[in-house]
Design a protein around this ligand. Sequence first.
Ligand SMILES: *Cc1c(COP(=O)(O)O)cnc(C)c1O
Length: 395
Amino acid sequence: MTTEYDDKGFATRSVRAGQKRTNEREQSEPIFPTSSYVFDSAAQAAARFSGDESGNIYSRFTNPTVRTFEQRLASLEGAESAVATSSGMSAILSTFMGLLSAGDHIVSSRSIFGTTRVLFDKYLAKFGVTTDYVALTDLEDWQQAIKPNTKALFLETPSNPLNEIADLSALSALAKAHDCLLIVDNCFCTPALQQPIALGADIVVHSATKYIDGQGRCVGGAVVGDAQLVGEEVYGFLRSAGPTMSPFNAWTFLKGLETLSLRMNAHSAAALQLAQWLEQQPQINKVFYAGLPSHPQHELAKQQQSAFGGIIAFEVKGGQSGAWTLVNATRWLSITANLGDTKTTITHPATTTHSRLTDEDREQAGISDGLLRISVGLENVEDIQVDLQHGLDLL
Ligand SMILES: *Cc1c(COP(=O)(O)O)cnc(C)c1O
């Protein structure tokens, strides 16, 4: 793609790709808090507006700090182009507004972020784009749901919260055979652990709010892919509709990218240790973590991810009452629905993130009343275990 570091290793690109030093010779990337840019002359202004000359005009279109973040992320995902957005949701919205038209159809995994489902069912549907849902891991289900007007397959892998794994190469072949796009929300792995474009995905979307920031500070997102689909069509929607990323947030995410693979490997190592420990606790029925040999897609996860990530789900005995007892007995774990933070968080999906689903949809999604999700942070695993033990002792 477009940075001079693209032939370097992942860690080098994470730290260096996309940076263009100004005449001040700054070591760290500057923040450009400016809404517009000045021209040398009336003729230059005209040339910029006509597109005869490339360059900055207005920060809804381009901003140097945001551009650095976009180029660095594109380089890490192995893509030609990236556009940064104000949130993960606006990344998903911009993708579909840029690429689909009324009458088009989406086939989506059922196991997706709840708000993405609201976006599809309530808002895209208003403009004549319809969506059907399938089981993430059932290739035949995907195949049968594809119609002549299907334009996109959409999924998250690993899924939230059960860690189901989609076979990206197989789904890419299916998408290509039916002339539709494979769009992957790579929020849980980030490019540090999984690069869907190398496995055949056309577009990757991100909530940068989660692991890309990684420290719970900013809301943001991105769409990554080739120069035509993302650099032209998704970007075209973005500059017209305006859900752009602020320069301050872009700078925060740039600093997040610099430590991304260190953090993702540390989250993964801690999560594996915690999952193995949870699996031994008599008060727990089942642990859902793709790093465990007991997970049905453990082998597939090993093939397409370099580690298993920081999210664990587990089902405690005693249903909702058991789950709430455990949550309420913790002394310092953060009770919050967010994830991907340095601070470990604990969530009861059935009454929070998945509470808007009907009972039937929740059951189909495998979200039982006793299920808990932990986003494993960067504290000492032994301390997390002690805090969970307070609740396990009560069950
Ligand atoms: C949080 C999240 C989103 C939405 O991102 P926001 O930054 O909150 O808008 C989309 N997909 C997944 C998988 C998420 O976890």
